[in-house]
Design a protein around this ligand. Structure first.
Ligand code: ADP
Ligand code: ZN
Length: 362
């Protein structure tokens, strides 16, 4: 019996590829898609996914010739240049060629790392992403960004390397811990606020439990993928409109950097960012009180912000000054001129930002 598969076609400058979305579709896609062809496949798989799904993965790739599994330990601390060199050496020793393909199976960390490996091995070989977290399905697997960390900082070495294909099998979401689900939901809410009205309606009608129902989560992923892909197609190199995807992230990144990327997830930092940047939009007169309350209610409804974390507003603003996008001490934001209408590159007065940031602990 065939499973329902949705697909989104993404047209980039040098290639067109498909993102497949569905429940328990991995086997079917791997078996039937002719574009999955290579002399050898390097399967870079998250160690946690191997623990949970090794039998399924073995079964799925049983009929595929010349597959070698490279296990990758999860966590940003393993997404490093030094390990990338080790993987590349191992691939060469194993006989991978320019006609080989990398397949990355895991969350955003594995996706970034596997994408980086594929983008540099013999000047670049194809990457197929199989994201296993909601965040990776709705965000990091789309857009072709790859990266590894250096001792000097996060994501410093990287490239744009558009995937050959993305397969988002929502079956993986069944084992995803709730905090990881929420991590992805912050980006979904971002997409809902800057673009997709249908997404906002789905978030409005559901809760943390019902959202995991197969049909609902598939729809959320499909709408998010469609939205982000259309933006990336218009601005692959991040020179213009792609900036709207940074909504919530000017503040979000400042919070993460202030916390040294510890004790707070990307999703929570983004949720706080969405709250504050929505408030800034209100203070300059672009959103009304009702719209702002609605956004705040959704954030509380999905419990996206851990109430016990208290933040120092002055420190957050201080960290925003280090952001490379805030050149010359001016603060630049993506703001909402009404829901679903983002405007990027908006300069905002220091005092107004400070006052809005002070709202976070309220
Ligand atoms: P993100 O996509 O949020 O960047 P990471 O790659 O950091 O995520 O993965 C977050 C955590 O979730 C890791 O500990 C990883 O092992 C785990 N993980 C990834 N996918 C699944 C899944 N489908 N089920 C259970 N745990 C998962
Ligand atoms: Zn993000």
């Amino acid at each position: 019996m065939g499973k329902t598969v949705k697909s989104v076609e993404v047209r980039t400058k040098d290639k067109t590829y498909k993102i497949f979305i569905g429940d328990l579709i991995l086997h079917q896609i791997i078996k039937t898609r002719k574009e999955i062809s290579a002399d050898r496949f390097a399967l870079i798989v998250s160690a946690r996914i191997m623990e949970l799904y090794s039998d399924n993965i073995k079964e799925i790739f049983r009929g595929v010739k010349n597959v070698e599994v490279f296990k990758m330990h999860d966590g940003e601390k393993n997404k490093i240049y030094k390990y990338a060199e080790r993987f590349l050496d191992d691939m060469l020793k194993s006989g991978f060629t320019r006609r080989s393909v990398v397949i990355g199976i895991g969350g955003g960390v594995v996706g970034d790392f596997a994408g980086f490996i594929a983008s540099v091995y013999m000047r670049g070989i194809p990457i197929i992403h199989i994201p296993t977290t909601l965040l990776a399905m709705v965000d990091s697997s789309i857009g072709g960004k790859t990266a590894v960390n250096l001792s000097a900082g996060k994501n410093i070495a990287g490239s744009f390397h558009q995937p050959h294909m993305v397969i988002s099998d929502v079956n993986f979401i069944r084992t995803l811990p709730e905090n990881e689900l929420k991590n992805g939901l912050s980006e979904v809410l971002k997409h809902a606020l800057i673009g997709e009205e249908k997404l906002l309606k789905i978030l409005d009608k559901n809760d943390l439990k019902s959202i995991k129902i197969s049909d609902i989560i598939q729809k959320i992923i499909f709408l998010s993928v469609l939205f982000k892909s259309r933006i990336v197609e218009k601005d692959e190199d991040e020179k213009g409109i792609r900036a709207i995807l940074n909504f919530g992230h000017t503040v979000g990144h400042a919070i993460e950097s202030m916390s040294g990327y510890k004790g707070i997830s990307h999703g929570e930092a983004v949720a706080i960012g969405l709250k504050i940047e929505t408030e800034i939009s209100r203070r300059i007169g672009w959103l009304d009180n009702g719209e702002v309350s609605y956004v705040n209610e959704l954030i509380s409804h999905y419990n996206l912000i851990n109430k016990t974390n208290k933040f120092n507003a002055e420190k957050i603003v201080e960290h925003m000054k280090f952001d490379k996008k805030n050149i010359g001490g001016k603060f630049k934001f993506v703001l909402l001129k009404g829901l679903h209408n983002p405007v990027y590159n908006q300069e905002v007065d220091f005092k107004l930002v400070m006052d809005a940031v002070r709202c976070i602990n309220s």
